[in-house]
Every structure is written in C-alpha cells, then in structure tokens.
Design a protein around this ligand. Sequence first.
Ligand code: F6P
Length: 422
Amino acid sequence: MAKKRNIIVGQSGGPTSVINSSLAGVYKNAIERGFDKVYGMLHGIQGLLDEQYIDLSTQIHSELDIELLKRTPSAFLGSCRFKLPEIHENKEIYEKIFDILNKLEIEAFIYIGGNDSMDTIKKLSDYAILTGHTQKFLGVPKTIDNDLALTDHTPGFGSAAKYIGASTKEVIRDAEGLTYKKNMITIMEIMGRNAGWLTGATALAKQEDCEGPDLIYLPEIAFDVDKFLEKVKELLKKKSSIVIAVSEGIKLADGRYVGELGSMGDYVDAFGHKQLTGTATYLANFLQGEIGCKTRAVELSTLQRSASHMASRVDIDEAFMVGGAAVKAADEGDTGKMVVIDRISDDPYMSATGIYDVHRIANEEKLVPRNWVNKEGNYVTEDFIDYIRPLIQGDYQPIMVNGLPRHLVLNTGRQTTRKRGK
Ligand code: F6P
C-alpha cells in the first residue's frame, strides 16, 4: 500500500486574533496539494507529547467553517509555552516525538508561533537531519509583538495595532469629556514585552479628529521616573486630560521592570519570561500621589490580541497566505525554515512571502530602531506610523449571531483520533 502523505500543524505561544487564519491557510492548502490527512496538535508540542491531536477534517466541513476559523481569535487547537530541551540533554523526548510522527505517517510538521516557538522548529529539524528522519519542519510566523527577525512584520501585529489605535482614540475621547475644571491622567498599558511595536501603535490614534496620546514609552528606552513626572507636570499646565501609553515591559536604567515597583508577581514561564502586568497601575498611583489629581490605569491585556471583531483584512489575508506558503515549502522539500512576509510596496501596499533559515530567527528579537523614536524617548516618529498604517487596513465582517460574532470552536464530540488525555 502506498505510504500516506499526512501533515500535522500546531499553534504555540501567545494567541492572536488571526492565528487561526494561518491554520485555515495550512488546512486549505494541504487539502488542495493532495495531502491525505491534516492533523492538528492540541496545545502544540506539549499536547503532541501526550498524543493529543485531532484529524482536522472532523472539525472543518465547509467553506463557511474556513471563513469562521479565519475570524476566530485565540488558538483553535490550543496553545502552549513549552521549551524543548537541547538534543544532547534529552534524546528520549525527541525519540518519542518522532515515534508519534512516524505512527501518524507525517510528512510535514508546521508550527505557527513566535521566536520561542521557532526554537521548536529549529530543534526538530536539526534532530531529523542528525538522525536521518525525512519529515519536513516549517515555521509560520505569528505574534502580536512583531518582534520576529527577517520578516517585515508578523501576522497578528496589524490587527492588534488596529485595535490599540482604535481603543486609544476611545480612551482619549472618554477622558476629555470629564475634565471640566479638573485634571485627569490616564495611563494605558500595552503588551509587547521587550519590543515597543504595539505601544507605538497607540500613535495611530493621532488623526484629524484626535490628538493622539500625549506620551509614549517603549521598552527599548530606559524609563526615568523623575523625568516622567516632570514631563507630566509640564503637560498639565497646557491641558487637563493627559493620556500616556506605556509598554508592559518598560524598565528602569538598572534593569528592573517599572511594574516591579508595584505589585507585579514572580510568575515566570518555560522560556524564563516574567509575567508582565501592573505597570500602568503603579504609574497611575504614583502620579496620583505626586500630583493629587484623578488618574486611571487601563490595561488592554488579552483584549488586544483577541479582538477579532476589529481585525485588519490585510492581517487576516496575510496570516492565511503564510500558512499556505509553509505547506507549499514543505511539499517542495524545504525544512528548518520559517516563512516571512516581504513588503513589496507601500502605496499601494503589496506583500509576498519569502523563506529563511529558522536558525537565523529562533530566539532572536527585532526591536524598534532608535531612529523611529523621538530624541526625548517619549514618542514615535512619522516613519514608524507610516510603517504600521498599511497593516491595519480593511475589515472582515464578523459573522454575527444573536448580536455577537460567531466563532468556530473545537468540537470534541466530532473527534475521531484524539486519545483521551491525562
Ligand atoms: O508573546 C505575546 C504576548 O502577548 C506578549 O506581548 C505578552 O507579554 C505575553 O504574550 C503574555 O503572555 P501570557 O498570556 O502567557 O501571560
């Protein structure tokens, strides 16, 4: 009997509102390219190690399901933050993974994730080459943080930026209505860990009908509490409502997170990343103590990566495109690589896919260049805004049911191949 041509796909790391569009792109292209089965890892490589997977044909039955999947936020298959050990540290774990892949007759392994997840593709492709396994390993970029190297931008970023830009306008509008004869300071905390791409996206709010945020602080630049206080006092002489955007990851010159001055906990994930939270709350309380006016902290938290009702069409389409490109690359024999997005032109905006060795991408971080931040280190430049603007364009109408967007969710009743979990 002819050997089966099966493919397996997983999702890993922090979710985005378009990560499922990449999954849809993988599925659709795999079917069109004649793969027999498309398996989905449940909770990425961590779930696969427990033999948690499904046959995606038990979940996706129609073009409408594909369209729903493209509009469904968070990881449809479940995600994980799981670091594979170095090959020499624990060969058994690799043997176990390849036993499962062989059993499922997997020809291509596609992983949708960020820089930590590309570490998985790097290690698995290295191990396959080292041990003569023939499976192909391909990475599909994903992260709201936009911090992956060698790609113009990452799927997930444009939609998060669009939501952040719109929310910033709404926060500014709300605050300015309540400042008759009194001052008000609002601090917005934005995700992005060490990279300020998303925090800078608050500047998108600056349009004909909105002044935009007053100050923007990125994690790339050391945060000086005294200078910050001085700047806020200076601004309050000119206007009564001030809106300030800060990254969750802003740090003092000594390397401590500003959030650590407040109530940030000690939780650290498998990659050694501290859970960042409480920066806006700390600064809002600090300013209230120093200035004595009303302050408010707005932490956008997970909303910024799951607001699929506000996703950008460019982003959803590109997420789908990179999923499909990974299948094509694997089918043509590539391995140990990640698909990237190349910007072809800005006006009209056009992009295409490229491909790079994952060793040049895994565990690297692309930060905002210094010349895209003003001299004082408290705002982004026009070049920065011009770079993001094309990525937030267009919409996908959510499929509304009873007044709310409908999502495609894993139907455990429909599963045929999932082994009961531990
Ligand atoms: O990696 C994407 C990201 O959204 C970061 O911006 C953020 O710091 C992190 O995930 C939060 O992760 P978690 O939801 O696991 O706390």
